[in-house]
Design a protein around this ligand. Structure first.
Ligand SMILES: [Zn+2]
Length: 226
């Protein structure tokens, strides 16, 4: 499924998406990717799609594979609940996001939706009029990192219910498939129940540790410490 016509992934081909949403007189960038796209390519893409419009940088959550090029911006927004995850390596000014906060890009209005679960400060960037939301790592057709001390499965399931009731058609995701029908949230609620019941399929983890727990469709959770 294609991205909306005014949305561009600046980190196309990389491990983690960086979605630029362009309005009539401004743009908003949700995350800056993992840094596996070289900086010159990233900045060229930004210039190509945003032109001279001011760009507001918003962080869907504070994981390093989403913040590689934050250092190129003078300031960035992030939910305060993720501030504790900050390790001091982002050389720009942090501005706190609030639930319901809106950004008017000129003909495109975006709204911040709190979606805790993957991390406490995970947020979505909602385009209500065009029925999509950028969901960071909260929605994924692959496995979602659930790290003890950051994740909360109850919050995660509640956030899925919230997404299902927003009136959106699609989620724009940072890993695996880019455009995912919101109905996948129903699967992810089931995945929480099945994980707790011990009925997801356990397999070897990633990056040398932990385990993945997957449903038949390949979605599920990566548990680094398990
Ligand atoms: Zn993440």
């Amino acid at each position: 499924m294609a991205l909306p016509a005014n949305v561009f992934n600046l980190a196309e081909g990389g491990m983690s998406a960086s979605y630029l949403i362009v309005g009539g007189n401004a743009a908003l960038l949700a995350d800056t990717g993992a840094g596996d796209i070289d900086e010159a390519t990233f900045t060229a893409q930004l210039k190509k799609f945003a032109g001279d419009k001011p760009v507001t940088l918003v962080t869907t959550h504070l994981h390093q594979d989403h913040t590689a090029y934050h250092k190129l911006f003078p300031e960035y927004y992030m939910h305060p609940a993720d501030h504790a995850l900050l390790q001091g390596e982002i050389a720009s000014v942090y501005k706190p996001l609030k639930a319901g906060q809106t950004f008017d890009l000129g003909g495109v209005t975006l709204e911040i939706v709190e979606l805790p679960g993957h991390t406490p400060g995970s947020i979505g960037v909602l385009d209500r009029a065009n029925h999509y939301i950028c969901t960071g790592d909260m929605v994924c057709t692959g496995t979602i990192f659930m790290v003890d001390g950051q994740c909360d499965f109850d919050d995660f399931a509640d956030s899925m219910e919230k997404l299902l009731n927003l009136g959106v058609d699609n989620c724009l995701c940072c890993h695996a498939d880019s455009v995912v029908p919101v109905a996948h949230c129903t699967q992810q609620i089931q995945n929480v129940a099945d994980y707790r019941a011990g009925t997801l399929t356990e397999g070897p983890g990633m990056f040398g540790g932990g385990s993945v727990f997957t449903a038949a469709d390949g979605s599920g959770f990566f548990r680094p410490g398990v």
